[in-house]
Design a protein. Structure first.
Length: 145
C-alpha cells in the first residue's frame, strides 16, 4: 500500500476518534460512532495485512478470499474488544465524560469491528494480490482430475 494511503487512513481514524472524544459527538451525531467503529478496524486490518504480506505470511492468513475474511474478522474482533476495554477504562477514569459502554452498545460496537475487519481483510487480500502479482486458481474450478 502506498505510504500516502497508510498515512491518510491513519490520519482519518485518528481525527475521527479524536473529534469524537474532544467534542463528544459519538452519540449525538447520527451514525458517527458506527462509522468510526467500522473504519478504524478496516484500517487496522488493511495495514496489518500488508505487514503480514511483506513478512511472507500471506499463504497462512490470506490463502483464499474466505480465509482473508476470517483473518480480518478475527483481527477486527480483537481490536474491537481491546477498544471497548479502553472505553470502559476511560469511563472509569473520567466519570463525567459521556462514554456509552452499556452491554448492548458494547456488543454492537464489537459486531461493527468484526464487519470492518472482514471488509479490511477482503479489500486488502484483493489489493495485495495485485501488488504482489499473486495468482490463485479460481475457487470455483475443481483441482481434482
Amino acid at each position: 500500500m502506498p505510504r500516502q494511503w497508510v498515512f491518510v487512513l491513519l490520519l482519518i481514524c485518528t481525527l475521527l476518534n479524536a473529534a469524537g472524544f474532544l467534542w463528544d459527538i459519538f452519540e449525538p451525531v447520527l451514525f458517527y460512532e458506527e462509522i468510526v467503529h467500522v473504519i478504524t478496524p478496516f484500517t487496522l486490518v488493511a495495514i496489518t495485512a500488508e505487514i503480514i504480506y511483506r513478512a511472507g505470511g500471506d499463504d497462512e492468513f490470506f490463502d483464499t478470499p474466505r480465509h482473508a475474511l476470517l483473518t480480518g474478522s478475527v483481527i477486527g474482533l480483537v481490536g474491537a474488544i481491546g477498544w471497548e476495554g479502553i472505553e470502559i477504562l476511560l469511563d472509569y477514569l473520567f466519570p463525567t465524560a459521556s462514554i456509552d459502554n452499556t452491554l448492548p452498545d458494547t456488543m454492537f460496537d464489537i459486531v461493527l469491528g468484526i464487519i470492518g475487519g472482514a471488509a479490511g481483510g477482503w479489500v486488502a487480500d484483493h489489493y495485495l494480490d495485485r501488488i504482489f502479482h499473486r495468482v490463485r486458481p479460481s475457487a470455483r474450478s475443481s483441482n481434482e482430475r
